[in-house]
Structure formats: structure tokens, C-alpha cells
Design a protein around this ligand. Structure first.
Ligand code: MN
Length: 228
């Protein structure tokens, strides 16, 4: 048995609906500006130029229903997103075969230190300090695709303290799930355990400690998160 010089770091896993088995996370990809109205609210014209991606760290995922307000920011935003989890991968995956790599779907939050992200954008710096911080990706359990079927549409919404903030339809995505898997696979070798946060609709806004966020995606249940 291999011995390690430090305690081996644990791997974050997502629970699976209707199963005792867990889904281990390898990488976390996120797509930017994938809903036209959200692109506009961020000050950009929506377009079909090639999409852009960034990553969070697997250990940024939390599944305990809580989100710790991060340090160094006074403008932390919610972004509700559908999560797509892959059971296989590869390079140069054609769009028409991309759905075959999907294990299942879930609900996720791309929590964002918006002030630090804006500063990074302005200075032409990477986004990590705005995006890839501790607990920045609360996620739900995964719903296997055998049970949900391929998800192309359905409502996605987010409430903060019972006030609706974000509400759209998954069919409003500029780049569909198969398209984003295909494009990502041109740049990265995708593999089992990778998850993709598929972008957020308009209505992003700030949260404070004590707030309760509730995300609902049609067919995927709901995910409640307390900010503390
Ligand atoms: Mn996002």
C-alpha cells in the first residue's frame, strides 16, 4: 500500500439521488455569460462568439446546505446554474455524441466575489480570487440521466428570503449542454468525474450572512442554502 508524506487530501463527492453510491469530482468547469439577459446585465452584448470557460476547485464544492460568507469581499453574488456531471469524456467530442457522456444533472451555485472579479477584469488578471474560493460552489445531489432523460428545457429559478431573484428557462442558454461539452473537449481532455456549471440567468445579486437562498430547477428538485 502506498504511503504518503502528508495526510492524503480527501476528494469531494456529490450524493446521487436514489443511491448510496457517491459521485467523485475530478474537475469543475464553468461557462461564462451563457444567458443573453445575464450577459446584458453584466454590460456585454450577448453573441454566439465562442464561449469562454473558467474553473473552480473540486474542494470548493459544499453539500451541507450552508455557505460561509467569504473574506475580502463586500459584494458576494449568487448565480444559480444547472450542473452537468460526466461519466466519461475525451477530446474532440462531436456535439451529436456529447449527451452520451452525461452521468446526470444537479443544481449548483457559482458564488462570486463580484467586487474582486470586477477588479480582476479591469486589470486583465485571472478570475480565481473572484470565483474559486472556499465554499464557492454549493451543489445538490445528482439526478442520473436514466431517470431524468436528456434535459433541454425547464424552469430555473432562485429565491433569496422568498423573494424571487432569478427566473428563466434552461432553453434560454446561448450554448446548449452538448455544444459546451463539445467545445470544452477541444481545449481540455474531459473525463469521468468532471462537472460543468452551465451558466446563470439574469438577476444575479448580493447576499448577506443570515440570508436563505433557494434554487429550483424543474425535474431536479430544489436546493436550500443558508449564508452564514
Ligand atoms: Mn456563473
Amino acid at each position: 500500500m502506498t504511503d504518503f508524506v502528508i495526510k492524503k487530501p480527501s476528494r469531494t463527492c456529490l450524493p446521487v439521488k436514489g443511491s448510496k453510491s457517491m459521485f467523485p469530482i475530478r474537475r469543475v468547469y464553468c461557462i461564462g455569460r451563457n444567458y443573453a439577459e445575464h450577459a446584458r446585465e453584466m454590460g456585454h452584448d450577448p453573441d454566439r462568439n465562442p464561449p469562454f470557460f473558467f474553473q473552480k476547485n473540486p474542494d470548493n464544492i459544499v453539500t451541507n446546505g450552508r455557505f460561509k460568507y467569504p473574506s475580502k469581499s463586500s459584494n458576494v453574488h449568487h448565480e444559480v446554474e444547472m450542473v452537468v456531471a460526466l461519466k466519461s469524456g475525451g477530446n474532440s467530442i462531436p456535439v451529436n455524441l456529447a449527451n452520451k457522456h452525461i452521468f446526470g444533472y444537479g443544481i449548483g451555485f457559482d458564488m462570486t466575489r463580484r467586487d474582486l472579479q470586477h477588479e480582476a477584469k479591469k486589470l486583465g488578471r485571472p478570475w480565481e480570487i473572484g470565483k474559486a474560493f472556499e465554499q464557492s460552489a454549493p451543489c445538490s445531489e445528482l439526478y442520473p440521466i436514466e431517470n431524468t432523460g436528456i434535459i433541454k428545457n425547464g424552469s430555473i429559478s432562485l429565491y433569496v428570503n422568498d423573494n424571487i431573484r432569478q427566473n428563466a428557462d434552461l432553453s434560454d442558454m446561448i450554448w446548449s449542454v452538448p455544444e459546451m461539452i463539445s467545445i470544452l473537449s477541444e481545449y481540455f481532455e474531459l473525463a469521468a468525474g468532471d462537472i460543468i456549471l452551465t451558466g446563470t440567468p439574469a438577476g444575479v445579486g448580493s447576499v448577506q450572512p443570515g440570508d436563505n437562498m433557494r434554487a429550483i430547477i424543474e425535474g431536479l428538485g430544489e436546493l436550500g442554502i443558508t449564508v452564514y
